[in-house]
Design a protein around this ligand. Structure first.
Ligand SMILES: Nc1ncnc2c1ncn2[C@@H]1O[C@H](COP(=O)(O)OP(=O)(O)OP(=O)(O)O)[C@@H](O)[C@H]1O
Length: 265
C-alpha cells in the first residue's frame, strides 16, 4: 500500500479553484520536491498533507485511510519563517513539541516522562548539530541554527513524513549547502518520506528523488480563477539522474508555457 495517495484531489477557496485533478501515489522513503509559480498552491497542498487545510473534493489518503483533519505526530513540518517559541531555550523548544503532544492541556510533563522527553530532545538536537546550544534562546542563533532547531522540533515525535515549506529559502548559499547535507542525512538515517517546496530548481533536483511541477493546464481568460494548478511534470530524478541538468534548464526557460497539456477553456 502506498504511504500517500491522492485521487482527483481539489482545493477551492470560495469560487477560486487553487488546485485540481491531483492524482499521485507516494511510497515510503521518497523525497518529493515541489516547484511552481508563486501563488499556484504549493503551500496549500502541504497544508492539506499536514491536516490544517481541508480538501474540497477528491481523496487524500495516508496509509490507506483518509488523511486526518488535524496535524498528528506522524507528520512534522518546517516553514521558511522560523517557527520556534522565542521565549523558550533551544532545549525548551524541542521539549515543547513533545509536551504539547502528550500533555495538550497543561503543556507540561512531569517526573519520569519529563526526564524522558528531555533525553529525547537532547538526542534530537544532537542529530541536527545543536548539542552545544541547548541553553541558548532563538534570538541568539543564526538563521541556519534556527532552522536546525525547527527541524529538531519537527522530528521530536519521530514522524514518518516530513513536510518542508521552503525551509532554506532565507539562508545564505553556503549555509544552504550545510542544510542540504543535514536534510539528506536525516532523510536516509530516519527513513523519512519528505515533501519539500522550493523555488530553487537546483535544490529541487539535487535533493529530490522525484520533482513535481505545479502549474495550470486549463485557462479561462474570462475567469482566471476558475481552474487550478495540477502536477504538470512528475520527474523521477533517481532513475534519470542524467536528465537532471537538461530538465532543470527546460523548466527554467518556462516549459509550462509550452506544455503539451496546456488547454484554453
Ligand atoms: N486561507 C485562504 N483563503 C483564501 N485564499 C487563500 C488562502 N490560503 C491561500 N489562498 C490563496 O490560494 C492561492 C495559493 O496560495 P499558496 O500559498 O498555496 O501558494 P504558493 O504556491 O505556496 O505560493 P508561494 O510560492 O508564493 O509561497 C493563492 O492565490 C492564495 O491567495
Amino acid at each position: 500500500m502506498s504511504l500517500v495517495y491522492a485521487k482527483n484531489l481539489e482545493k477551492h477557496y470560495g469560487t477560486d479553484v487553487v488546485l485540481e485533478r491531483l492524482n499521485f501515489t507516494v511510497e515510503a522513503g521518497e523525497f518529493v520536491t515541489v516547484v511552481g509559480a508563486s501563488g499556484c498552491g504549493k503551500t496549500t497542498f502541504l497544508k492539506m498533507l499536514l491536516g490544517t487545510e481541508a480538501l474540497s473534493a477528491g481523496e487524500l489518503a495516508l496509509n490507506g485511510a483518509s488523511i486526518p483533519g488535524e496535524p498528528g505526530p506522524d507528520r512534522g513540518v518546517v516553514f521558511q519563517k522560523y517557527s520556534v517559541f522565542p521565549h523558550l531555550s533551544v532545549l525548551g523548544n524541542v521539549m515543547m513539541a513533545e509536551e504539547l503532544a502528550r500533555a495538550p492541556v497543561l503543556g507540561k510533563l512531569f517526573g519520569k516522562r519529563r526526564r524522558r522527553a528531555r533525553e529525547a530532545a537532547v538526542a534530537r538536537l544532537g542529530e541536527v548539530g545543536l548539542d552545544d546550544a541547548l541553553d541558548k534562546y532563538p534570538h541568539e542563533l543564526s538563521g541556519g541554527m534556527q532552522q536546525r532547531l525547527a527541524i529538531a522540533q519537527a522530528l521530536m515525535m519521530r514522524p514518518r513524513i516530513l513536510l518542508l515549506d521552503e525551509p532554506f529559502g532565507a539562508l545564505d548559499p553556503g549555509i544552504r549547502g550545510d542544510m542540504h547535507e543535514l536534510i539528506t542525512r536525516l532523510w536516509k538515517e530516519l527513513g523519512l518520506t519528505v515533501f519539500m517546496i522550493t523555488h530553487d530548481l537546483e535544490e529541487a533536483f539535487s535533493l529530490g528523488t522525484r520533482v513535481w511541477v505545479f502549474d495550470k493546464v486549463r485557462h479561462d481568460p474570462q475567469a482566471p480563477n476558475a481552474y487550478g494548478a495540477t502536477i504538470t511534470y512528475d520527474l523521477d530524478v533517481d532513475r534519470n539522474r542524467d536528465m537532471k541538468a537538461a530538465a532543470a534548464a527546460t523548466l527554467a526557460r518556462g516549459a509550462s508555457a509550452t506544455h503539451p497539456a496546456t488547454e484554453e477553456v
